[in-house]
Design a protein around this ligand. Structure first.
Ligand code: HAM
Length: 424
């Protein structure tokens, strides 16, 4: 039996790569427009980073991490997300001494051992942004507006921005007491995960996906109704600024997000088109994370966008992505001398940015022409003994069949100087 890719992983095949290249380039482009620089972080980190960063009461850390011991007995984990690694890098490289804020973006794979379904994989791709060193509500609006502009440029419509504020550690402590009071009589009927969270991190119970638990939580107090004055002012200012630039939003008091580092603003962009895994993107503020990971007190905010879900959304909205360009020219040859000449010709053309495919199979002229046709080459040119002797070759437009005999001495200059559509 041939070996297959592990469950939850997918190959990105050449026929799909133009979509990936397109969304990647647009994302880098928009991030740079806002003054963000790219960072690349390792695929694996010490497990402790995610336990401390993402939080050991989260589903990700409790159930979903790919963790193993390396040959030296260290506990290593494949990154389940990018924020913890970026924050580790910020601290490790002393980025707090750079002019603040530090604005970073990344395009990464991430790994979570999840139940696989449409839009949910075990290896997936994220585009993300982390803005470190800015606590002002304007920073929250900046990262959200990167996404809005990105969706606008891609032509994606109707993604709904849902926002919430989950306050600071002070107001959250107060809220946790209140929530525990509400849950005290019903927690015995809830799932085991909720029971452990009751003592360790009650707010996370709000995030439980079990239907039975969700029913019990219908009348639970909402954190947004209990945040302190400072957090409330911060949130109001975010909303006001979003309104000023015309980004529509809805407040969703149930968003707590699946990672423990969040403080204050949390948000998601949600689609109604792509099924149950409709959260295309999620993010929020994490003002305590840098300190929790051993760095100086530094506010932070960011997001990550699921690229597979983005592409599903684009497909469901019928958004066409420009195809990869077909070859400008196919150069065929027959015989030794012509093969050498075709080698030189193709080399010159490729050095001058012309997409050129040549025969490297020693096939018959008929088979070469068939191949050129299948590749969708715009032009073809076949070299043989006669062409070499007369120093002339026939350039053929593969679209309309028109041909023209061109001197080999002037051919290269002609092709390099003109647009492919004007070669004949
Ligand atoms: P997250 O909500 O865990 O946040 O993931 C962000 C996005 O990644 C999701 O909205 C979804 O589109 C995609 N995603 C997550 N899990 C999967 C999966 N199994 N298969 C396919 N796509 C998936 C974070 O990761 C945070 N680091 C975001 C952040 C950055 N917050 C602040 N800065």
């Amino acid at each position: 039996m041939p070996i297959q890719a592990p469950k939850g992983t997918r190959d990105i095949l050449p026929e799909d790569i133009n979509q990936w290249n397109f969304v990647e380039e647009e994302f880098s482009d928009i991030c740079r427009r806002f003054g963000y620089n790219e960072i690349r972080i390792p695929v694996f980190e010490h497990t402790e980073l995610f336990q401390r960063g993402v939080g050991d009461t989260t589903d990700i850390v409790q159930k979903e991490m790919y963790t193993f011991e390396d040959k030296a007995g260290r506990s290593i984990t494949l990154r389940p997300e990018g924020t913890a690694g970026v924050v580790r890098s910020y601290i490790e490289h002393g980025m707090s001494s750079l002019p603040q804020p530090v604005k970073l973006f990344y395009q990464i794979t991430a790994y979570r051992y999840e139940n696989v379904q449409k839009g949910r994989y075990r290896e997936f791709h994220q585009f993300g942004v982390e803005l470190l060193g800015a606590s002002d509500p304007a920073a929250d609006v900046e990262v959200i507006s990167i996404l809005s502009l990105y969706f606008e440029k891609l032509g994606i419509k109707n993604l709904k921005l849902n926002l919430n504020s989950i306050g600071c550690p002070e107001c959250r402590a107060e809220y946790n007491r209140l929530l525990k009071g509400f849950l005290s009589d019903i927690i015995v009927d809830m799932c085991d995960t909720c029971k452990t969270r009751y003592d360790r991190n009650p707010m996370r119970i709000i995030d439980c996906k079990e239907e039975h638990c969700k029913k019990q939580l219908v009348n639970a107090p909402a954190l947004l109704d209990h945040i302190c004055d400072d957090c409330s002012k911060h949130f109001d200012s975010v909303l006001q600024k979003l309104e000023a630039i015309g980004i529509p939003y809805a407040i969703d008091k149930n968003i707590v997000r699946g990672l423990d580092y969040y403080t204050r603003t949390v948000f998601e962009f949600v689609s109604e088109n792509i099924g149950t895994q409709g959260t295309v993107c999620g993010g929020g503020r994490y003002d305590g994370l840098v300190e929790d990971c051993g760095g100086p007190p530094t506010p932070g905010i960011g997001f990550a966008l699921g690229v597979e879900r983005l592409l599903l959304e684009m497909e469901s909205q019928g958004i066409k992505i420009p195809k990869q360009p077909a070859p400008d020219i196919y150069i065929g040859s027959i015989g030794e001398k012509a093969a050498l000449a075709s080698e030189k010709l193709a080399w010159q053309l490729r050095r001058n940015n012309i997409i050129c495919i040549k025969d490297i199979m020693g096939r018959s002229v008929k088979a070469q022409m068939k191949y050129a046709d299948k590749l969708g080459a715009r032009y073809s040119l076949i070299l043989g003994d006669t062409e070499i002797e007369t120093n002339k070759a026939r350039l053929k437009d593969m679209v309309n069949g028109e041909t023209k005999d061109i001197s080999l001495d002037t051919l290269i200059g002609r092709l390099i100087k003109n647009k492919a559509s004007e070669w004949l």
